[in-house]
Write a protein that binds this ligand. Structure first.
Ligand code: NAP
Length: 295
């Protein structure tokens, strides 16, 4: 059996087009376009690429991007002041502070300073708590994108056995909450899980968010399972060139799974699409408008 390849690029493009289609109506009512402020501290090349892509996607959707690039010597006080200013700026609907931050800055303090209504990354404890209690929230973009792909493939997820490998606040935990809301039976595995292969083998849905290249092997996958690979790991190919690989050994898993996301081209593009969606939704809520339909 060869698994269906779940194309995140196509799904992400469709979401971005739907976001863009809503912008003119928002502009007509609110008198301005939705705005996203990005904050990049330092010169980490991967972070710079991510932030540039986010700014480009914002402009492509017809929204306004406010890019703040700060030196890696920025103090926590200065960054907190910028966040406070962005909270007060009526043109800004979403604030994204790119992680990781330099060592002198406490990321938790920064996240807690972002106005929860503008927290388009969904990392503020208020949004995390609302998600955990089943209240409307701004949901972290990566797990939200994973859920979108799963629902697109499977429709109803009710009663399915889901195993999430990884328990970070950014991916694993919110992914588990989203799958619970969809009535899956959810197991969250992590570095202390005793028999990880046997745990993963139970799953109808596997979400791997570990950060270890090709850790999840083909013989861990139940035949026909749906596999979402969140991992982005840089690895060397046989010819010595750099390449990106996921947390799942794709070549093995594709022979066993029912459907699987590739790396790159799976979850990655969905993260940006969901950021655009969250920015549009935050703008509607801040303007006292109903959530945009079809997103
Ligand atoms: P993270 O904060 O480092 O968390 C990794 C999780 O994996 C932890 O819960 C850890 O367990 C668990 N883990 C580590 N080694 C393990 C092992 N041997 N067996 C089982 N579990 C293990 O990472 P993250 O931020 O969630 O990111 C995970 C991956 O997703 C990374 O590759 C990252 O680059 C990628 N990512 C991609 C996107 C995207 O847009 N596609 C977005 C975000 C992240 P403990 O808690 O016990 O330490």
């Amino acid at each position: 059996m060869t698994a269906k390849r779940i194309d995140g690029k196509v799904a992400a493009q469709a979401i971005r087009e739907r976001v863009a289609a809503h912008v003119p109506e928002f502009e007509r009512i609110a008198g301005r376009a939705p705005g996203l402020a990005t904050v990049l501290v330092g010169e980490d090349p991967a972070s710079a690429v991510y932030v540039r892509s986010k700014n480009r996607a914002t402009a492509e959707a017809g929204m306004v991007s406010f890019a703040h690039n700060l030196p890696d010597t920025t103090t926590e006080e200065d960054l907190l002041q910028l966040v406070i200013d962005l909270n007060a700026d009526a043109r800004v609907d979403g604030i994204l502070v790119q992680l990781p931050l330099p060592r002198q800055i406490n990321a938790t303090r920064v996240i807690e300073t972002i106005d929860p209504a503008k927290d388009v990354d969904g990392f503020h404890p208020m949004n995390a708590g609302r998600l955990a209690t089943g209240l409307p929230a701004l949901v972290p973009c990566t797990p939200f994108g994973c859920l979108y792909l799963l629902k697109q493939e499977l429709g109803d997820l009710s009663g399915l056995e889901a195993v999430v490998v990884g328990r970070s606040n950014i991916v694993g935990k919110p992914m588990a909450q989203l799958l619970l809301i969809e009535h899956c039976t959810v197991t969250v595995a992590h570095s202390r899980t005793r028999d990880l292969p046997a745990t993963v083998r139970r799953a109808d849905i596997v979400v791997a968010a570990v950060g270890r290249a090709e850790m999840v092997r083909g013989d861990w996958i139940k035949p026909g399972a749906y596999v979402i690979d969140v991992g982005i790991n840089r690895s060397l190919s046989d010819d010595g060139k750099g390449r990106l690989v996921g947390d799942v050994a794709y070549g093995e898993a594709v022979e066993v799974a029912g459907a699987i996301t590739p790396v790159p081209g799976g979850v990655g593009p969905m993260t940006i699409a969901m950021l655009m969606r969250n920015t549009l939704v935050a703008a509607h809520r801040r303007a006292g408008m109903a959530d945009p339909e079809g997103l």
